[in-house]
Design a protein around this ligand. Structure first.
Ligand SMILES: [Zn+2]
Length: 137
């Protein structure tokens, strides 16, 4: 009696569907319906029944593995997306608002060093000093 994972075998897989007996029987129209093995060969039917329930197709295991892998990848991607969203949110929270039009400001570097400029530049020329921003609540 075999237990556990069945060894996958392409030869056996093909052989199981291409026996001459089977071809002849099928071509003559004697295609026994599912479960008829109990009449044609009870001993083998019983063996197959038990074999099917005590062993696992390797395909099924691979399928399960791929399923797990996909869920894992999806979980990782959603976690990364969450992190990115969080970081953009926090960076937005740290940038000040324009004193003229109160839209978001971006860190820029000019000849006199870094400063915050309006994101709507050049339509809006509002600026803030970094030192002034650091003193903000
Ligand atoms: Zn502005």
């Amino acid at each position: 009696m075999k237990f556990g994972i069945r060894k996958p075998s392409l030869n056996k897989r093909i052989a199981a569907r291409t026996s001459w007996k089977r071809v002849v029987r099928h071509s003559m129209g004697f295609k026994a319906p599912r479960g008829f093995g109990w009449f044609t060969n009870p001993k083998r039917a019983a063996y197959n029944r038990i074999y099917n329930r005590t062993t696992v197709k390797a395909d099924r295991l691979i399928g399960l593995g791929i399923g797990l892998l996909i869920t894992l990848i999806v979980a990782i991607f959603s976690a990364i997306a969450g992190l990115v969203q969080k970081s953009t949110l926090t960076s937005q929270a740290n940038t000040p608002l324009c004193p003229r039009c109160s839209s978001q400001m971006v860190l820029r570097s000019g000849t006199r060093g870094h400063f915050y400029g309006c994101s709507r530049f050049p339509r809006c020329r509002g600026t803030r000093n970094i030192s002034a921003v650091q003193n903000l609540p």
